[in-house]
Design a protein around this ligand. Structure first.
Ligand SMILES: Cc1cc2nc3c(=O)[nH]c(=O)nc-3n(C[C@H](O)[C@H](O)[C@H](O)COP(=O)(O)OP(=O)(O)OC[C@H]3O[C@@H](n4cnc5c(N)ncnc54)[C@H](O)[C@@H]3O)c2cc1C
Length: 482
């Protein structure tokens, strides 16, 4: 069967041996380290949701290649309804995990790859699309977790790759009869060390002379020459040394975990290369990926997160006896407004989507709406977090440990002075959960993930039909007659 179980994924991942470093140490077993375990459990939960009949319509699809029922995480949108279901999947996964679903960036590269490889083949008689379809069939049949890497390390951002260390962007260093050798590094790769494979797309729109950088490929986890350097921060430390993960803000699934992936003379066989040298298509790869990613990861996924933040803020207001106070009701309502604005734009992106390029059979979300979904989320998410922090009070960041409730010397004090309308235990649990959102990594993560605001502003300005708007204004302003 093309849909695998959570345990089948866990068994696969237990066999992975990526060269992974975290916090200055080599991680030998992904299934044993507290941080990597969180990534595995979040991904496994996505497999569980996919198997759950009540979510089948959202989490599964029919492969356009084999006709088999597959995970939607490996599906190419065939119509607008498919795009909308994809965004529902993003929201649902976020609601259930409170962190990344780890199948998202790779999934969002698939339509861009299907559309653009088709287009290159049409124009140039290459065989990229056939290769891509063969790969996709393999991924679908084995229900693989495919992470996605587009973000180069970029070095000096004011310089092109050839004007600085050439490895600042991933590129080909040698072409051989059987494949290519690749150097460089991709950063912020979500969940890559616990994924079966990583898809790599170019992170810049290439110009003449930069053909070696116009590169798209897929690579199995732990291929020789690949090194993964995991993110590390106070939340990593908390999880690494926690005696009891039940006391952590998001106990089972933790933070969105990413890593730097270094490619040091990595061999990629031709059958896994989906573009090599066609500079004029790099921009199309990027914009097609970006519009899918910004509708889902930038928009709908964060709607799921905001659902959780709003739920936690409302609960705390109730625990504090304030849920009917007018300014609290107003603040909760404002949070709902911001959240639904992001959702509305994501849904509009799906509804206004179209086949792109015509004849390819691949449906893409609307570019303006997907970018606006992300842009609204960038601002809205910060405001939702600020309002939740306002409602929660200072205790959201000054709270003692829940462990004190088990400490015979002081448990009575803590139970007495930390209770509200709700018992201390309940209030402290929800407060820790909220702290994870409002005083953690999610603000910058949400803003930068799938690109900071300036990226979306540039797209909006580029695609807006200003000529048409000028003409309409001129026509009406001069409508008094000749
Ligand atoms: C939690 C998280 C998960 C992520 N997951 C993934 C993933 O799975 N795969 C993946 O590929 N990427 C992922 N990303 C990467 C994300 O897309 C980037 O963080 C984002 O595009 C910004 O790139 P950067 O971090 O290199 O920042 P920078 O590019 O350094 O941007 C920082 C600031 O500098 C500005 N800037 C940069 N270059 C220029 C320039 N030339 N001219 C003018 N202004 C400039 C930007 O507008 C921005 O304001 C993730 C990021 C986060 C935070």
């Amino acid at each position: 069967m093309a849909i695998k179980t959570a345990d089948e994924y866990r068994e696969r991942v237990a066999k992975l041996t990526p060269r992974l470093f975290m916090g200055g140490k080599r991680i030998e077993r992904l299934t044993e380290h507290p941080v990597t375990k969180g990534v595995i459990e979040a991904t496994a939960r996505v497999y569980e949701l996919t198997m759950d009949p009540q979510y089948a319509d959202i989490m599964t699809a029919r492969s356009h290649l084999t006709g088999q029922k597959i995970s939607r995480a490996l599906h190419i949108h065939q119509d607008n309804q498919d795009i909308e279901k994809r965004l529902q999947m993003a929201r649902l996964s976020s609601q259930k995990l409170g962190t990344c679903n780890y199948r998202c960036p790779g999934n969002e590269m698939l339509p861009a790859l299907a559309a653009t490889t088709w287009e290159i083949d049409q124009d140039k008689g290459t065989e990229y699309h056939q290769r891509f379809n063969e790969y996709l069939k393999y991924a679908q049949e084995n229900d693989l977790v495919v992470s996605g890497s587009v973000t180069d390390t970029k070095g000096d951002r004011s310089k092109r790759p050839l004007d600085q260390d050439p490895d600042s962007y991933v590129h080909v260093v040698e072409k051989r009869s059987d494949g290519v050798i690749v150097n460089g590094a991709k950063q912020h790769a979500t969940g890559a060390y616990a994924a079966d494979e990583t898809l790599v797309l170019p992170g810049l729109s290439c110009r003449e002379g930069e053909e070696d950088y116009a590169l798209a490929f897929v690579i199995p986890n732990g291929t020789e020459g690949m090194t993964y350097v995991a993110q590390y921060n106070p939340f990593s430390v908390e999880r690494e040394f926690a005696e009891d993960i039940r006391l952590i803000g998001n106990p089972l699934y933790g933070q969105r975990e990413t890593c730097l992936i270094v490619f040091d003379h990595v061999f990629v066989p031709w059958e896994r290369v989906f573009m090599c040298g066609e500079i004029e298509y790099t921009q199309r790869f990027i914009t097609r990926f970006a519009k899918t990613h910004r509708m889902n990861c930038g928009g709908a996924c964060k709607v799921g997160f905001m659902d959780l933040i709003i739920g936690a803020a409302q609960l705390i207001a109730e625990y504090h006896g304030l849920s009917r106070v007018s300014h609290i009701v107003q603040k909760i309502t404002r949070m709902i407004q911001l959240n639904n604005t992001s959702l509305a734009c994501a849904i509009a992106a799906a509804h206004m989507g179209r086949e792109e390029p015509p004849g390819s059979g691949v449906f893409m979300p609307d570019e303006a709406m997907s970018n606006i979904a992300k842009l609204n989320t960038n601002d809205g998410f910060w405001e939702v977090m600020a309002l939740a922090g306002d409602i929660a009070g200072g205790i959201a960041v000054t709270m003692p440990s829940e462990k004190e409730l088990e400490n015979p010397e002081i448990k009575e004090y803590v139970a007495k002075y930390l209770r509200s309308k709700a018992p201390a235990e309940k209030r402290m649990r929800m407060m820790r959960f909220l702290q994870n959102w409002v005083a953690g990594l999610h603000g910058v993560g949400t803003y930068q993930g799938s690109g900071p605001s300036q990226n979306q502003m540039m797209v909006l300005y580029r695609i807006a039909d200003l000529e048409q708007m000028k003409k309409m204004a001129e026509e009406l302003a001069t409508s008094y007659g000749a």
